[in-house]
Write a protein that binds this ligand. Structure first.
Ligand SMILES: Cc1ncc(C[n+]2csc(CCOP(=O)(O)OP(=O)(O)O)c2C)c(N)n1
Ligand SMILES: [Mg+2]
Length: 332
């Protein structure tokens, strides 16, 4: 694996802090009703992404996930200003403002969504990997899904075919403890979800998802296995989300103390502790990073706010149309 150097720690710190603050801003904009619809935030889970990005070959490896999907494309290189614009429904957004929070997509940056159907991305991720294998591209797909999604039947068909065909895919369960208000313990009679892979003889295991080093190590091994043609791996990232499932969640299913316990092992704090302990940055260098993050969030907000809404006819450019369709003419 690429060495985890001082530069990697500094990048992790600045990236994860930016993702956190970017989403804090989205929450504030949601309360102002500038972000509409659903909004599912990633606060607390950042190490799962940071560690994976370190292990990936960003020139060709792919990523697909559910609706908690704002910061992954940023990590892959999509302009965060365009993601904020998408959330505000603006024409400069990644999908011209037509997709919104749950549907970020960037083929250019190998980010394949953004899926609102729980578990829908599991077979799709295997499909991406099938294409890479078929065309011998030596690329690997990171297929993320939640603990709740892991209970979908499509997981089993996908695991069977992915192992049978040795597809180059890493299945990553982000076990944040809950599927909406339902705890992992209440969804099945076992709570070690990684064991679901064992029935298919898929290499599987649990990972400390609050620590980017642990994530990077496990991801590297899994990605290398896939790239050399030995097929998929299932990793269960033990992580936690600090915020509610989406913005309207009274969170009666958990205690404030539980949330505070996880904040003690916060991924950003863990990385900052390493930076300080090793003298990787001075206090003023850390302050400069914090300031850069704040400035970039402000820039994203300004860009999104100042961008125009899309022209009304844009929405008709992206839907199926057929001559003589038996309804009202729909062109504006
Ligand atoms: C097929 C389907 N069933 C139910 C829902 C409603 N729903 C949206 S999110 C969610 C919980 C999923 O939890 P998990 O997979 O753990 O992901 P997390 O939200 O924790 O990231 C449910 C049941 C849906 N969107 N799609
Ligand atoms: Mg969950």
């Amino acid at each position: 694996m690429k060495e985890i150097t001082k530069e990697v720690y500094l990048k992790w710190y600045e990236d994860m802090l930016f993702w956190r603050k970017f989403e804090d801003k989205l929450a504030a904009l949601y309360i102002q009703q500038k972000v509409r619809g659903f909004l599912h935030l990633y606060n607390g889970q950042e190490a799962v992404l940071a560690g994976a990005l370190h292990a990936m070959d960003l020139s060709k490896d792919k990523m697909i996930t559910a609706y908690r999907n704002h910061v992954q494309p940023i990590g892959l290189g999509v302009d965060p200003r365009r993601i904020m614009a998408e959330l505000l429904g603006k024409g400069t957004g990644t999908s011209q403002g037509l997709g919104g929070s749950m549907h970020i997509f960037s083929k250019e940056h190998n980010f394949y969504g953004g899926h609102g159907i729980v578990g829908g991305q599991i077979p799709l991720g295997a499909g991406l990997a099938f294409a890479d294998k078929y065309f011998d591209r030596k690329a690997v797909t990171m297929c993320y899904f939640g603990d709740g999604a892991a209970r979908q039947g499509s997981l089993h068909e996908t695991f069977n075919m992915a192992m049978n065909w040795k597809l180059p895919v890493v299945f990553i369960i982000e076990n944040n403890g809950y599927a909406m208000g339902t705890s992992v313990e209440r969804t099945a009679n076992h709570s070690e979800i990684w064991k679901l892979g064992l029935g298919y003889e898929m290499p599987s295991g649990p990972v400390d998802g609050m620590n980017p080093v642990k994530v990077a190590e496990a991801m590297y091994e899994a990605i290398e296995r896939a790239r050399r043609g030995d097929g998929p791996t299932l990793l269960e990232m033990k992580t936690y989300r600090y915020r509610g499932h989406s913005m309207s969640d009274a969170q009666n299913y958990r205690s404030k103390e539980e949330v505070e316990e996880y904040k003690k092992i916060d991924p950003i704090t863990q990385v900052l502790d390493v930076i300080k302990a090793n003298g990787y940055a001075t206090e003023s260098e850390i302050e400069a990073m914090d300031q850069r993050v704040k400035d970039l969030v402000v820039e994203c907000e300004k860009f999104a706010e100042e961008s125009p809404f899309p022209e009304l006819n844009v929405m008709y450019d992206v839907v199926y149309e057929q001559e003589n369709y038996p309804f009202l003419p729909h062109r504006l």
